[in-house]
Design a protein around this ligand. Sequence first.
Ligand SMILES: *Cc1c(COP(=O)(O)O)cnc(C)c1O
Length: 398
Amino acid sequence: MLVNNQSLMETYQRFPVQMVKGKGSYVWDSNNKTYVDFTSGIATCNLGHVPNRVKVAVSAQLETLWHCSNLYHIPVQEELAQRLTEVTFGDRVFFCNSGAEANEGAIKLARKHAKKNNKPEAHEVVTFTQSFHGRTLATLTATGQQHVKSDFDPLPKGFNHLPYNDIDALKGIDKDRTCAVLLELVQGEGGVVPADPTWVQELAHFCNENQILFMIDEVQTGMGRTGKLFAYEHYNIIPDVMTIAKGLGSGFPIGAVIAKEEVAAAFTPGSHGTTFGGNPLASTAGLATLNEITQNGVLDNANKQSTYLFEELKKLQEDYDILKAVRGKGLLIGIEVTCPAKNIVVEALEHGVLLLTAGANVVRLLPPLTLTEEEVDRVLKVLQKVLMHMEEKDGVKQ
Ligand SMILES: *Cc1c(COP(=O)(O)O)cnc(C)c1O
């Protein structure tokens, strides 16, 4: 039975199930029904649910210190920052609590960096159509999708939206007014659309030539999701700034802005801050998660299962006309369908598989990086059953 949720604001269209337990690739509802979780809590539980080493580390931290504010040194936060600089291009890290906050921090950093580097007119941030950067006023303005913006005007100024994967986009960038470009290397919410490598490289080059910061939003693509620790490693580029969040804490809320030294220097005491960001509990979750993802063959497994999944999904594509395209990178996978993606998600849930949508016609798969071939097979079987049913029910619309 569902508890009464009349006390919650109706910001989500929830499925009529209550999740009460998780372990590895599985979650259980209040009727003890088992689901294979191919959402990972939206790219968050990248090590599966309740990963043991993270649990042990956070449990130990729970016994000692939960929170103390950023007025004092926090050893585990400093260790996590150092580890993040070791495994990325970055030299300095600012911790916050979410993806939107990380992007807010990056936008503020870019504007301040421009002011400090004799480009006082450069305040505009270029983002791209169909992008998603968060729900705060600045990040929803940055987002290239109208549905998140309706009725929230007046929106902050200083954002310029250009077409994604379009080389002509460079012409739309005003060199003097622009302080940064912010982009996802695989658009997640916007339909699982990977960026074209040539386009990304030209964009990076253009930014570099014109003292424009090249900032990437790896909130969804980061922490191993695309088969590399960070998606920029696929693209042969070095960004100036990167934001991460979702997968960083295995479900414990934590986000980060990572920047090169020269850029990070724009922030001085008082420039930016947060009460919770990088507190001992969050940093412990982040450190244990990062250590686990970079060890024990986690990325190798993600790549192996990704290859298998893509092969099998392509076979399904041959068999079912309703399935139009399969795309993505690593374990961020989009399946474009000719019917409403939501219908497939609803039926899969009934069959014990959790899936996501990414826009109206894309089913999104975000399984944990630790999944097994057996779990892939289980999900493929359900997917096949659902696709077959959809074709019978709706007839195939091309
Ligand atoms: C989810 C997401 C965000 C927003 O993260 P929140 O933690 O929900 O604020 C920003 N950018 C991208 C690419 C995302 O996928």
